[in-house]
Write a new protein. Sequence first.
Length: 560
Amino acid sequence: MSKKNNNNEKLMIFALGGVGEIGKNMYVIQYANDIVVVDAGLKFPEEDMLGIDIVIPDISYLTENRDKVRGIVLTHGHEDHIGGLPYVLKHLNVPVYGTKLTLGLVENKLKEANLLGETKRILINVDSVIELGSTLKASFFATNHSIPDSVGVCVETPEGAVVHTGDFKFDHTPVNGQYADLQRMAQIGSNGVLALLSDSTNAEKPGFTPSEKNVGIVLEDIFRKASQRVVVATFASNVHRIQQVINAAEVTGRKVAVIGRSMVNVVGIASDLGYLEIPDGMIIEPEEVGKMAADRVVILCTGSQGEPMSALTRMARSTHRKVDILPGDTVIIAATPVPGNEKYVGRTIDELFRLGAHVHYSGANSGVHVSGHGSQEELKLMLNLMKPKYFLPIHGEFRMQRRHAVLAESVGIDPDNIFITDIGEVVEIQGGAARKAGKVTAGNVLIDGLGVGDVGNIVLRDRKLLSQDGILVVVVTLSKQDGKIVSGPDIISRGFVYVRESEGLLDEANRIVSSTLQKLMSENVNEWASLKTNVKDALGRFLYEQTRRRPMILPIIMEV
């Protein structure tokens, strides 16, 4: 594809969606009337997003330009790269390109969302080349990550090649024997890379990320030494880790029970597609765990992040319907906490120790987990293989992207050619020259139950207020004829004070509401908005003076 730009068109690169490693995973590459989207992830809510289930990118820009979107290309099958697809495809019916396992996991999601029949899914591999409109062409290269079938994407444009690495590390002894294709990466680099978008998640960590095979050795050792049952919690999508649990169980003569909906789904899909090798008779039903000798059982489950409803958390609280943790059991948490989840994981670990379990977890036992992301030396290797003119560090928090930028400078990238961008901020390239060029509509869309985007900052602010100081509902009925109080005020308290122990406070609050309304009526103020505002202000001042709290006050005024 020509690298000459003769028609004054521009290449645009930008991200849609939240911040952090598990949110900023929807990138848009646009040239003229052709748009390709790389990944469509979700992120899980932060602590201040009360009641929110998940967070997806704002795709307003894509829906406004739907006739230009040529497809969504997926780098791998983790939730933070495919989890937003069911929501995106409801508004944007475009082809989805992915490798075999990635599409297998996507199809399960689309089936649940009743979108499988109407979504065009196109299988790709490392040898595929796909045309995306008249100006864009994508090819792929194999990478290592904590899930099989991970790829990087090279999008050729009239301005030059744009490379998106996806999540990657360089594992020279991969569990499944699928090696990162360094030769292909070097070839892409020698052909010339205009812009590199590269994973920054481990940019703060020196050296190399250890091989996943190291975890297998540690797991086998723990399995051998365990005198009772072994429980292993990990990310459901970490297929390589699951394979190593199965391998260690086979070597030590144990059977494996799989518990947790997402874990059962992934194990089923990955084994059906040939990405998990499970010996015949290895998998047992959870109901069989209690019938077998304790030293012949491994329980593979979800809950490595301390999620309240996950299998491990319920076992730790002794509320799981099928499995209890018994004194002497061995529990392995084979993952590191995602930032923000540390206290939930810590709480689960404490509860497991209280039950008498032997707990192995990242930090205390460093060998039970290795990252799926490359550390500093691997990031430098990617930069040296690709030799880009322009560099955009992606994924990770801002500090990680900044550290990645410093690494890029150390291997010879011009500091003026490095762009750290916010969500929606556009890097525009024309005639080989790049610059930041404004922003497009982007950000977070919050999902609460079946509601998509109907919870915004105002609703979250109200939820925060309710969670802090509770609510008071004031109900008053006024006479239509003379404006006098016919009944009430009745005050209902929820989450503010315990009514039986605060009768004096609420009686005085009643008096203040009555006197405020009577004063307003005597001044001929009878607009409901004014009445409500004055009641809220007077009552709010009184309650703050008495309690130093600011509950949400909802006046309800009726006329009869």
